[in-house]
Write a protein that binds this ligand. Structure first.
Ligand SMILES: CC(C)(COP(=O)(O)OP(=O)(O)OC[C@H]1O[C@@H](n2cnc3c(N)ncnc32)[C@H](O)[C@@H]1OP(=O)(O)O)[C@@H](O)C(=O)NCCC(=O)NCCS
Length: 161
């Protein structure tokens, strides 16, 4: 018995235990995904139909702590010669700086790699200081900016090095 215990305890500190319940978007969770997206990207609010259309072409997930809505994610599947997938994680402002962004990021990058991605990009609104800091501290570098017509807040595309 003692020998069995010594095999599993103490746990290495580097092993991160999942804390979030992360679910693919379906009828029951679509409005939660839309809520998080629209709170974080107010300049590009999506309708229910627009989210439904995205479910058809992207991997969308929504994250809960127990029953509390915490965040949502988008993974655009690998495309192009470099098999580049786009991974975007979003955590509601009230739940930031608890490690949830990291947990979502690791989950969704793993999903993208399993889907065949050989390169990873992300997209951050220039005004999103938390998002930019997160991307830059995870070894992404800016590759392009897109300013929608009549908008003042560009979308920045960053690529994982
Ligand atoms: C980017 C984003 C998802 C990060 O979410 P988050 O849950 O705050 O992320 P984490 O908690 O994992 O990490 C954020 C910071 O909190 C720190 N942190 C993590 N756990 C912590 C804890 N328990 N106590 C204190 N700080 C903590 C991290 O070290 C990190 O610090 P840093 O910014 O100095 O590097 C969030 O800011 C967001 O939704 N931004 C807008 C959307 C966006 O731009 N997404 C694109 C990025 S892919």
């Amino acid at each position: 018995m003692i020998n069995q215990l010594t095999l599993v305890w103490p746990m290495p500190l580097s092993v991160a235990m999942p804390r979030l319940r992360i679910e693919p978007v379906g009828d029951a969770t679509l409005e939660d995904w839309r809520h998080v997206h629209n709170v974080i990207i107010p300049s590009d609010p999506l309708s229910t139909d627009e989210v439904r259309e995205r479910v058809g072409r992207n991997h969308l997930e929504v994250a809960y702590l127990g029953d509390v809505l915490v965040g949502c994610t988008t993974v655009r599947p690998p495309a192009g010669d470099a098999a580049t997938a786009t991974v975007i994680v979003r955590v509601l402002p009230a739940h930031r700086r608890n490690g949830y962004g990291e947990e979502l990021y690791e989950t969704e990058v793993a999903h993208a790699r399993t889907s065949g991605a050989r390169a990873i990009e992300t997209v951050v609104l220039a005004s999103n200081a938390d998002g930019l800091r997160f991307a830059l501290s995870h070894e992404f570098v800016e590759v392009s900016r897109y300013l929608p017509p009549e908008d003042e807040d560009p979308f920045i595309t960053l690529r994982l090095q």
